[in-house]
Design a protein around this ligand. Structure first.
Ligand code: M6R
Length: 610
């Protein structure tokens, strides 16, 4: 949430900051701004709305500077407007800060600063940083020390960057709870909230950890803890190309990412799945696999789409690995005094690896002695680094706010973990080979589903004006119903509910009439007969039915209004296939409504605040 970028070097920083902000816009897009320092002069330009509007404003001003910071905002405190946009400044206008996170004790600090004579221009918590740091500068401390002392006073989370006209040879950055990387160049350095902002300029990065701050100059960087201990940091090489974070000719990142799924799931399996022997090799789990297999319980925790993947994982692991599994919303887990011990494995799932609640749940479980594991997409993310062991899904960068390819890759990785454990627990060779062979065939089957895109687009036309939607599924496809509903509501703003199909009779059936589209996820699995009964119940009440069904199912066409056929696979893997038409349906409905599918209102890609 919120994007941060900064530059110090011999080039003009303005285009670098704007390019970085555009790449970060998926993290927040309420407002944007830059602050630059040149010849003892400091200039802030900010704007409500998209980075493109800020860019237009900047073109008129033709600014040039070698030091600057930029921010794209996802509002927490204060509405999205120009005043609340970052950078925030001190009253002398010679110190700029950009902040990602929440200052929990901002009101106390603000009141104290007001008493000292400081005046505030915005409603944000972040502005506190500008005046607080200024209060230490006024006492004669240098910038680095002033930031350090301010951080000691602040409770909450921050990814912070600060520049100061009187020390124009540095950017100070700090991190607690919100990611920050330093990018290393030749005669120039960068800072950013994630690598996509600086990938065009460097692939060498340093990840700050919580409780660290750094002084970054043109040719150097120095990292310390807030307690003033110097820290040696490892330099990481980013293994990602710029093409991966471009739209590559697609109108939206979301469509590009949906279409990438044959390849992204292949990448999730590459080098890990051995179809002929029916086994899976997951290097990241090698050291902990015995402990994992002997866990009394596996708790899977996540948020949003990743939580839906966790639910599918629960079905997979309980059916094949025969270990009790519980699935927890990360946001609930951390606040309910959970009972957890060293006999448990605690697995978090997160595309970004930065979700604040998921990270907090991981830390809580780790503190309580559980085997704390992570399934992440973003390499080097905080969850990936703080997990005791884990598996990357290797789906490649996911930029669209609506998660699509990360979901299917998470399911693939959960299937691989299931195969790994169940093989060790004595599942029959025949069963293991069947499972592995089916998994191996999934990318080709996804290709077949993607060929239905035009038909799904036509279908979307009939439903673009719907006010509500119901998604129903059973067993493995109940989480898919939840995921389908989430996809639709987050990008089309149509109210949608996902339910286990059998629960419909216990309430939601009252909603059904000819204006209620109902999507049934109905592959020919062990619950098929029951789902058909539920379909009949909806039909009897006049609901308009779309069914996601097996391509060999001729029977269902007679009952429902629309069918989208997907290739057959084993029950456990059906969610990987059935979720894809639902992604396309949501996408086309949102596009037909003229909405910005990549940046839906009020949302951000990476939720780094509670
Ligand atoms: O990065 P994470 O997987 O931890 O993110 C979790 C949710 O914020 C995320 O899945 C969200 O629900 C998506 N917008 C869904 O499309």
């Amino acid at each position: 949430m919120c994007g941060i970028v900064g530059y110090i070097g011999d080039k003009n920083c303005v285009p670098i900051l704007i390019d970085g902000l555009k790449r970060l816009e998926y993290r927040g897009y309420d407002s944007a701004g830059i602050g630059i320092v040149r010849e003892n002069d400091a200039i802030v330009v900010k704007n409500k709305g998209k980075v493109s509007l800020l860019e237009e404003k900047l073109v008129e001003q033709n600014l040039n500077s070698n030091l600057g910071i930029g921010h794209t905002r996802w509002a927490t405190h204060g509405i999205p407007n120009e005043q609340n946009a970052h950078p925030h400044t001190n009253s002398k206008n010679n110190l700029f800060i950009i902040h990602n996170g929440i200052i929990e004790n901002f009101q106390v600090l603000k009141n104290a600063l007001i008493k000292l004579g400081y005046t505030f221009e915005s409603d944000t918590d972040s502005e506190v940083f500008a005046h607080l740091i200024d209060s230490f500068l006024n006492k004669g401390y240098n910038l680095s020390k002033s930031v350090q002392m301010a951080l000691i006073e602040v409770d909450g989370t921050y990814g912070l960057a600060v520049i100061y006209t009187l020390e124009p040879d540095k950017i100070i950055v700090a991190r607690k709870g919100s990611p920050l990387v330093i990018g290393l160049g030749e005669g120039e350095n960068f800072i950013a909230s994630d690598v996509s902002a600086i990938l065009a300029h460097t692939k060498q990065v340093i990840y700050l950890d919580d409780g660290e701050f750094a002084e970054v100059s043109i040719n150097n960087f120095a990292v310390k803890t807030i307690e003033d201990e110097t820290i040696e940091k490892e330099i990481h090489e980013i293994n990602m190309s710029l093409d991966e974070i471009d739209k590559s000719g697609f109108n939206h990142f979301m469509l590009k990412e949906i279409m990438e799924q044959p390849e992204s799931v292949r990448n999730s399996m590459r080098g890990r799945l051995q179809a002929e022997s029916g086994s899976a090799k997951l290097g990241g789990l090698t050291d902990v696999v015995d402990r994992l297999i002997n866990s009394k319980r596996i708790i899977i925790s996540a948020c949003g789409t990743s939580w839906h993947a966790a639910l599918v994982g629960e079905y997979m692991l309980e059916q094949y690995a025969r270990i009790p599994v519980e699935v927890e919303y990360a946001s609930e887990f951390r606040y309910r005094s959970p009972i957890i011990s060293s006999h448990d494995s605690f697995l978090v799932i997160s595309q970004s690896g930065e979700t604040a609640d998921t990270l907090a749940a991981l830390r809580e479980a780790k503190n309580k002695g559980a085997l704390a594991l992570g399934i992440c997409n973003v390499v080097g993310s905080t969850i990936a680094r703080e997990s005791m062991a884990g598996v990357y899904i290797h789906a490649g960068p996911e930029i669209g706010v609506a998660s699509t390819k990360a979901f299917t890759s998470q399911l693939v990785v959960l299937a691989l973990i299931t195969l790994l454990i169940s093989k060790r627990k004595g599942i029959s060779k025949t069963k293991a080979v069947e499972l592995a062979t089916e998994l191996n065939a999934i990318p080709k089957k996804i290709e077949q589903i993607l060929n239905l895109n035009e038909g799904i687009e036509r279908l979307a036309k009939d439903f673009q004006n719907a006010q509500n939607f119901l998604y129903l599924g059973r067993g493995y496809n109940f989480p898919v119903a939840l995921e389908g509903a989430l996809k639709l509501k987050e990008i089309s703003y149509i109210h949608a509910e996902g339910y286990p199909a059998a629960e419909m009779k216990h309430g939601p059936i009252a909603l059904i009439d000819e204006n209620m589209p109902v999507v049934f996820i109905a592959p020919k699995d062990s619950t098929y007969g029951k789902v058909i009964n539920n379909i009949q119940e909806v039909k009897a009440r006049g609901g308009r039915i779309i069914a996601i069904a097996d391509d060999a199912d001729g029977e269902i066409d007679e009952i429902v209004d629309y069918t989208i056929k997907v290739p057959r696979t084993i029950e456990m893997l059906t969610p990987i296939l059935t979720s894809i038409p639902l992604q396309l349906l949501a996408y086309h409905i949102a596009v037909k409504k003229g909405l910005n599918v990549d940046q839906p209102r009020n949302l951000a890609k990476s939720v780094t605040v509670e």
